[in-house]
Design a binder for this molecule. Structure first.
Ligand code: ATP
Length: 445
């Protein structure tokens, strides 16, 4: 299992690799950048899309008891009154009286400013929701918020989804989408940003069965990360102490990953009880209870929520895949992604740029691209192209050489073993599938 011996790396190395290879760029870089805001480049966009697709597949498409929605970022302002966000979604903010730098009080270790040693003023509660205005008039009535979590759309759509999908409890509603939080101290690359994407699922169940489902979704989430290649010894489940629980939660646990700076949260699995449905019923006047036609009983369902960050997970996949092999000039950097997470699965590389090879290589590329996410690369030497594909974690390279013109066969080179096998083009798709399946099995965490 190659996975077990990965070298790992520092955050700085990943940030520079991410820029050099087109994973992540600073937003608005030509204007000096916007602090803590990032853009995914051509390779990073594929990585993040694969992370989201893997989640959607496991969470929605492969299950009978979860359906997906895609709701708007802007919601009725009363949603945030009922959910408690307007009053409670705050962090304690302190400002240094000397240098005016602001910090989250609960993240500080000492009593004085870590920047200049100055004293702090009185802490105040700072609401993390971004405000904006709807329509041309900037008055209070027009104030709306950029959602700080995707979950509320599942609660306010509970009845619409339940009746149209004809799902019976227990069932879940999942969503992937952008959320916004005006974090006081963003940082650590894409780990904590003010605009980010979440993958959340609200699982509605009968009161009394919620503890069992909480246990189930904690296990499911842990297994999901391992299935797609995160090493088990880099993951832990941390159960929250009672004083850490948010106002809506009866029990919560975080799945944490060992980032280069220490353990950090990837996902929280919470037992949200019937808090949200009851709060929205009370505020909107709409009854959100459920009639269980087998038990002939009406109740307000309890909700268990796995809530994961797409950007944080993509960062963990990137860090976890990093490996260095060999030494000095022979050293190669290789990202040992699970094949479903790797930005590209196959690269097609003609040995030379000559027209005679290019048309055959293009034919091979056209043959493969309906089945795999592929990249075509005919620039620079073949050695450099292999290195480049290793650095973006492409599992397989298919090389078209001058012998191909005679034997209609190509060479498949494996990212992890660097073994090369010659395969007739007519068997290529099947041979790639086999090798990818082997790599899937090898990269379980
Ligand atoms: P933290 O304690 O790190 O601020 P949280 O507990 O407030 O996070 P949740 O509200 O549980 O986060 O959100 C679920 C997931 O959304 C988190 O586990 C994380 O992966 C992601 N997430 C939350 N805030 C951010 C952020 N500012 N930037 C990137 N991802 C985030």
């Amino acid at each position: 299992m190659a996975k077990r011996t990965l070298t790992g790396t520092t955050l700085d190395t990943i940030v520079s690799l991410a820029k050099r290879r087109g994973f992540v760029f600073q937003s608005s870089e030509i204007y000096g950048g916007l602090s803590s805001v990032w853009d995914y480049g051509p390779v990073g966009a594929e990585l993040k899309r694969n992370v989201k697709d893997a989640w959607w597949k496991s969470m929605v498409r492969e299950r009978d008891d979860v359906v997906g929605i895609e709701a708007s970022i802007l919601m009725h302002p009363d949603v945030w009154v009922a959910s408690g966000h307007l009053d409670n979604f705050t962090d304690p903010l302190v400002e240094c009286k000397d240098c005016n730098k602001r910090f989250r009080q609960d993240q500080l270790e000492g009593e004085v400013c870590p920047n200049c040693g100055g004293a702090f003023g009185e802490p105040r509660q700072f609401n993390l929701m971004f405000k904006t205005f709807m329509g041309p008039v900037e008055d209070d009535a027009a104030t709306v918020y950029l959602r700080p979590e995707t979950a509320q759309a599942m609660f306010v759509n509970f009845e619409n989804v339940q009746t149209t999908s004809r799902k019976k409890i227990p069932f879940g509603i999942a969503q992937i989408g952008k959320s916004f939080r005006n974090e006081i101290t963003p940082g650590n690359f894409t780990f904590r940003t003010r605009e980010f994407e979440q993958m959340e699922m609200e699982f509605f169940c009968e009161p009394g069965t919620d503890d069992k489902w909480h246990e189930y979704w904690m296990n499911f989430s842990m297994e999901w990360f391992k299935k797609y290649g995160i090493r088990g010894d880099k993951l832990l489940l941390r159960v929250h102490e009672a004083d850490e629980l948010p106002h809506y939660s009866k029990a919560s646990a975080d799945i944490e990953y060992k980032f280069p700076w220490g353990w950090g949260e990837l996902e929280t699995i919470s037992n949200r009880t019937d808090f949200d449905l009851k709060a929205h019923s009370a505020k909107s006047g709409k009854d959100l209870s459920y009639f269980d036609d087998q038990k002939k009983e009406r109740y307000v369902p309890f909700v268990v929520e796995p809530a994961m960050g797409a950007d944080r997970s993509a960062l963990a996949f990137l860090l976890d895949a990093y490996d260095e092999e060999g030494e000095g000039k022979e050293m190669r950097v290789v990202l040992r992604f699970h094949p479903d997470i790797a930005p590209f699965q196959v690269a097609v590389l003609p040995l030379s740029k000559k027209d005679t090879l290019n048309s055959t290589a293009q034919r091979v590329h056209d043959l493969l691209r309906p089945h795999f996410n592929t990249q075509y690369d005919d620039t620079q030497s073949i050695g450099r192209r292999y290195r480049r594909q290793d650095e973006i974690g492409t599992p397989l390279c298919v090389t078209v050489d001058f012998d191909t013109l005679d034997d209609d066969a190509v060479t498949i080179r494996n990212r992890d073993t660097m073994e090369q096998v010659r395969v007739p083009i007519e068997n290529l798709e099947a041979a790639i599938r086999n090798q990818l399946n082997e790599m899937r099995a090898d990269s379980q965490g």
